[in-house]
Write a protein of this length. Structure first.
Length: 131
């Protein structure tokens, strides 16, 4: 993916194709421009992607557990709520996300922030009075 500056505007291109040209391609034709692992996934499961797009074509809120779905040009501009194991996390699909999986943008693990040790956590805390 490259962003070419033409006439003062930035224009997005993916492997030499503009976004309008990519949207006109069939899902299997778009797969030819992906890397091998993603291409293999799209070629094997293109029907799942087509069903997903057809099912949620007119919906406002798209919620899914399907984290391994490859992002295709028809999804650009949508907000898809992806389940991260606990809740649905909103993912606004941008052009730079083409060829990636939905689950990459909905983290399943949080940053650990340790607080003070609890009662009974150490030997010294056992001697403290509990109030």
């Amino acid at each position: 993916m490259t962003i070419v500056k033409a006439e003062g505007k930035k224009q997005f291109s993916f492997r030499g194709k503009t976004l309008d040209e990519l949207r006109q391609l069939d899902i299997r034709e778009f797969a030819r421009y992906l890397k091998s692992r993603e291409r293999r996934s799209v070629m094997r499961h293109f029907d799942v992607i087509e069903r997903f797009l057809k099912r949620y074509k007119d919906k406002d809120k798209i919620r899914t557990h399907n984290r391994d779905l490859i992002i295709v040009p028809q999804m650009i501009g949508l907000t898809i709520y992806v389940h991260n194991g606990k809740e649905f996390f909103p993912v606004k699909v941008a052009a730079e996300m083409l060829g990636h999986r939905l689950g990459e943008f909905a983290a399943t693990r949080r940053l650990v922030k340790h607080g003070a040790p609890g009662i009974g956590a150490t030997r010294s805390s056992a001697a403290l009075s509990v109030k």
